[in-house]
Design a protein around this ligand. Structure first.
Ligand code: DGY
Length: 321
């Protein structure tokens, strides 16, 4: 019998991650790479000591109550853990870890892409040229919104927010932020702190969301909060779909309150919101903020580092329970 702990990889992770996992664990792969249902997760918990879930595997209160006692650790292959009922997992004595730091730059890059694409009307421009329908040019044609010198509000100045702020400074944007706690002056790097969300909304020509999804932040951006933005603002969301009331977002775009939005996250995933397709002012990507080769390897290795520490008897670096 193998002495290696048994590890389930419910989705296809990078080849380098699988190779390293196989070296140290008895690995069960999901070759089909399909999302696991609650029943599949529960059934698998009786066969493994550890799982490496993603945000696509949901550990709700109900699922956690049904997990087999054999399962000892969820080493998430994600920084977000809104798919895990941490309180219930902690109460069952199951260790939960995540992968902070390693995906901050990749996610901030997608936020920059979405901000530029939304501001400079990338969907409309690409469609025009690609379709062969581009038959006109004038100084008044496809005029967008310039980043240089504009005020960027960031809600959630953790690692991703700070990485995004660094990139935005490269575009000479004035960075403002709201965070539960003010950063040290050296970490602010000139960013202006606001002690309320309302205050940062009021000056955000561009607004980018980088806070976690919790019951408190659900629909943070709603009819009221969107109304506080300057007219013609641009909203960027690379955090979680639940932060934005998508009906309110459409209303704000249709009224002209918002000029555009750049979205990597949606209330329903996969799939997104079919109503968004009619709005070329929404520039979208399918939840791929951390999807680069380098970052996927780093996420897998960070999750494996946490597993290794746990099975050595140490507290994993990214322990959450
Ligand atoms: C994360 O790590 O939380 C990303 O959204 C991908 O799951």
């Amino acid at each position: 019998m193998s002495e290696k702990p048994v590890l389930w990889l419910p989705r296809k992770v990078s080849d380098a991650t699988v190779a390293r996992a196989r070296r140290d664990y008895e690995v069960i792969l999901n070759e089909a790479d399909t999302p696991a249902s609650a029943d599949e997760i529960v059934a698998m918990s009786a066969r493994v000591d550890a799982m490496m879930p993603n945000h696509s595997e949901v550990f709700s209160t109900d699922v956690v109550a049904r997990l087999d006692p054999r399962l000892r650790i969820l080493a998430n292959h994600s920084v977000g853990v809104d798919h895990c009922d941490l309180k219930a997992l902690g109460a069952r004595g199951i260790m939960v870890t995540n992968t902070p730091d390693v995906l901050s730059d990749a996610t901030a890059e997608i936020a920059m892409l979405l901000m530029l694409g939304a501001a400079r009307r990338a969907v409309e421009g690409d469609r025009l040229v690609r379709s062969g329908a581009w038959n006109f040019w004038s100084p008044s044609f496809m005029v967008g919104k310039q980043l240089t010198g504009a005020r960027l509000g960031i809600i959630g100045m953790g690692r991703v927010g700070q990485s995004f702020a660094r990139k935005a400074r490269g575009f000479d944007m004035q960075v403002h932020y709201f965070n539960r706690t003010r950063l040290a002056v050296e970490d602010e790097a000139g960013a202006i702190y606001h002690d309320t969300i309302e205050s940062v909304l009021a000056i955000s020509d561009f607004l980018s969301l980088h806070c976690p999804s919790t019951p408190e932040t659900r629909h943070l951006m709603n009819d009221h909060s969107l109304s506080l933005l300057p007219d013609g603002a641009v909203l960027v969301n690379t955090a979680r779909g639940a932060l934005v009331d998508e009906g309110a977002l459409i209303r704000a775009l249709e009224s002209g309150k918002l000029m555009a939005a750049g979205l990597d996250c949606f209330e329903v995933e996969p799939g997104g919101n079919a109503e968004f397709a009619a709005h070329e002012s929404i520039f979208m990507s399918p939840h791929i903020g951390s999807a680069t080769t380098r970052t996927r390897d780093a996420m897998g290795f960070r999750a494996l580092d946490n597993l290794d520490a746990f099975f050595r008897g140490d507290t994993p670096k990214d322990a959450l329970t």
